[in-house]
Ligand binder design. Structure first.
Ligand SMILES: *[C@@H]1O[C@H](CO)[C@@H](O)[C@H](O)[C@H]1NC(C)=O
Ligand SMILES: *[C@@H]1O[C@H](CO)[C@@H](O)[C@H](O)[C@H]1NC(C)=O
Ligand SMILES: *[C@@H]1O[C@H](CO)[C@@H](O)[C@H](O)[C@H]1NC(C)=O
Ligand SMILES: *[C@@H]1O[C@H](CO)[C@@H](O)[C@H](O)[C@H]1NC(C)=O
Ligand SMILES: *[C@@H]1O[C@H](CO)[C@@H](O)[C@H](O)[C@H]1NC(C)=O
Ligand SMILES: *[C@@H]1O[C@H](CO)[C@@H](O)[C@H](O)[C@H]1NC(C)=O
Ligand SMILES: *[C@@H]1O[C@H](CO)[C@@H](O)[C@H](O)[C@H]1NC(C)=O
Ligand SMILES: *[C@@H]1O[C@H](CO)[C@@H](O)[C@H](O)[C@H]1NC(C)=O
Ligand SMILES: *[C@@H]1O[C@H](CO)[C@@H](O)[C@H](O)[C@H]1NC(C)=O
Length: 397
């Protein structure tokens, strides 16, 4: 990603505990205080998409705020190999708080995919198999049943489809976008693509039944992501314009419209460690590095894994892996909280996101971003992040 537009602030990290380098495996990764007031710049036009002359403009700032923002906006669900998807489900709830059975409401399944029964409800599989642009990369197309080649119309992923290293597909809802326009609900998007809405809601949950077997091809420099499988969420505007542009103005990513990595292998040294990361500007200036939990969930390369991510109504984001994960039409607060309560404290790592003191202003001003982080399993570790040069990105953009 090109980050040349970013205003970088020097960040000083004061580590208050000796246990910090002791990264270990957990079953559950929690973030709290998720959501802040900020802005990003949506793409307002894409000119000459398929030539070297391709250029993009961005519009005026789009402000977001509140619980889980900006991940509270519609998101698309991305998969990178080596990976097999057995089941996928998206849920919403009118109100759910982790650890509270009494005031929480049930989860309703809004989208579902089951590979073995070939059930597809409110899901559309897309992949980057369209026209290549030197600036935007390949255009989205409908994915064929192999997940990675182009299809004329929507198709369902076949059972036991193994996508390889570097291969990706995306799941959107089956709700079509209106025409590309800054004034319409999907914003501006690349011409000619099948354009669909992502998954909406502040309080939402994504569940997966999947496999991440070790890559069997030989490693070489031709791979970008050799044996680095991942499942992640993007603000749905990103893939509709460009996921990996050479010009940062061709996507809202660099201005912070939002990414959350649920299960991601980061590098070959830790190829069986699944990390969770926010790529938002909540208390950091380096969007590329993001806010990563100081612990990982183990990648089982020989069994299927079940788990997912809950974004609750109280700013808690919980990533978990559990064989008890259910994909039922409705999931009660007791069922989900029961799963989330079944872990010992040393199987949980918790990270508190920074509180950003910014309101949506009409003027450009500097504020003193003073961010406090707490990370660690239970109460074992404590960190304080202090931004020495305080440039509040949320206010500058
Ligand atoms: C959940 O999604 C359904 C289908 O889109 C919608 O009708 C319902 O209002 C949503 N519920 C909440 C609480 O967002
Ligand atoms: C979906 O898939 C699982 C295994 O992947 C299977 O056991 C289950 O019966 C299927 N569910 C439905 C509703 O078809
Ligand atoms: C979208 O999915 C829902 C749920 O499976 C289904 O009822 C509806 O007909 C689908 N709509 C389209 C346009 O495919
Ligand atoms: C499908 O998901 C989208 C995005 O969350 C939602 O707006 C739509 O109402 C859902 N469709 C059905 C039939 O639930
Ligand atoms: C992106 O857009 C901004 C604002 O319109 C402009 O100043 C900047 O030069 C553009 N960057 C690129 C790489 O085109
Ligand atoms: C691999 O990724 C982990 C998690 O981000 C990081 O802590 C570690 O330093 C990385 N290792 C290498 C060799 O880059
Ligand atoms: C694959 O090769 C790259 C260098 O081309 C290296 O960085 C990476 O760690 C290797 N991956 C594995 C799993 O060995
Ligand atoms: C989950 O089930 C798999 C078999 O599918 C098993 O290998 C694994 O140990 C189980 N995990 C836990 C935490 O029980
Ligand atoms: C919620 O209900 C589940 C299942 O009965 C239980 O395991 C969990 O401890 C309960 N949580 C609270 C906070 O009462």
């Amino acid at each position: 990603m090109q980050l040349q537009d970013l205003v970088l602030a020097a960040a000083g990290l004061f580590q208050l505990s000796a246990a910090a380098n002791n990264v270990q495996a957990f079953q559950k990764v929690e973030f709290s205080n998720v959501g802040f007031t900020g802005s990003y710049t949506p793409v307002s036009s894409i000119k000459n998409p398929n030539s070297d002359e391709c250029s993009c403009s961005v519009g005026s700032k789009e402000w977001f705020s509140g619980t889980n923002a900006p991940i509270s906006e519609a998101v698309s669900v991305h998969f990178r190999g080596p990976l097999i998807l057995n089941q996928f489900a998206f849920y919403n709830s009118s109100s759910f708080t982790v650890g509270d059975n009494d005031t929480s409401s049930s989860w309703n399944r809004v989208a579902y995919f089951n590979a073995s029964s070939q059930t597809g409800e409110n899901v559309t599989f897309l992949t980057k198999a369209g026209t290549e642009s030197p600036v935007l990369g390949k255009a989205l197309t409908f994915a064929a049943s192999d997940g990675v080649s182009s299809s004329e119309s929507a198709a369902m992923l076949a059972e036991d489809t193994l996508i390889k290293s570097d291969d990706e597909y995306v799941i959107f809802s089956n709700v079509s976008c209106p025409k590309s326009s800054t004034k319409k609900s999907c914003g501006v998007y690349r011409s000619g693509i099948p354009a669909f809405h992502g998954f909406e809601g502040v309080t939402k949950m994504f569940l997966f039944d999947f496999e991440m077997p070790t890559e069997t091809q030989t490693n070489s420099s031709s791979f970008n992501y050799y044996d680095l499988p991942a499942i992640w969420l993007l603000n749905d505007q990103i893939p509709r314009t460009s996921q990996y542009p050479t010009n940062a103005n061709c996507s809202c990513w660099a201005s912070g419209c939002g990414e959350f990595d649920i299960f991601e292998v980061m590098n070959g040294t830790e190829k069986n460690h699944l990390y969770s990361t926010f790529h938002t500007f909540q208390g950091i200036e380096d969007l590329g590095t993001g806010i990563q939990a100081n612990g990982y969930i183990a990648r089982d390369t020989s069994n299927s894994m079940k788990g997912g991510v809950v974004f609750d109504s109280d700013g808690n984001t919980v990533v978990f892996m559990s064989n008890s994960t259910s994909f039922d039409q409705t999931i009660s607060p007791d069922t989900l909280n029961g799963i989330l309560a079944a872990y010992a404290q040393d199987e949980t790592v918790s990270t508190k996101l920074a509180t950003i003191s910014a309101t949506a202003p009409s003027t450009t001003s500097k504020s003193n971003a003073h961010a406090l982080f707490e990370m660690g399993p239970g109460k074992l570790w404590f960190y304080a992040f202090t931004f020495l040069t305080s440039v509040a990105h949320t206010v500058l953009f």
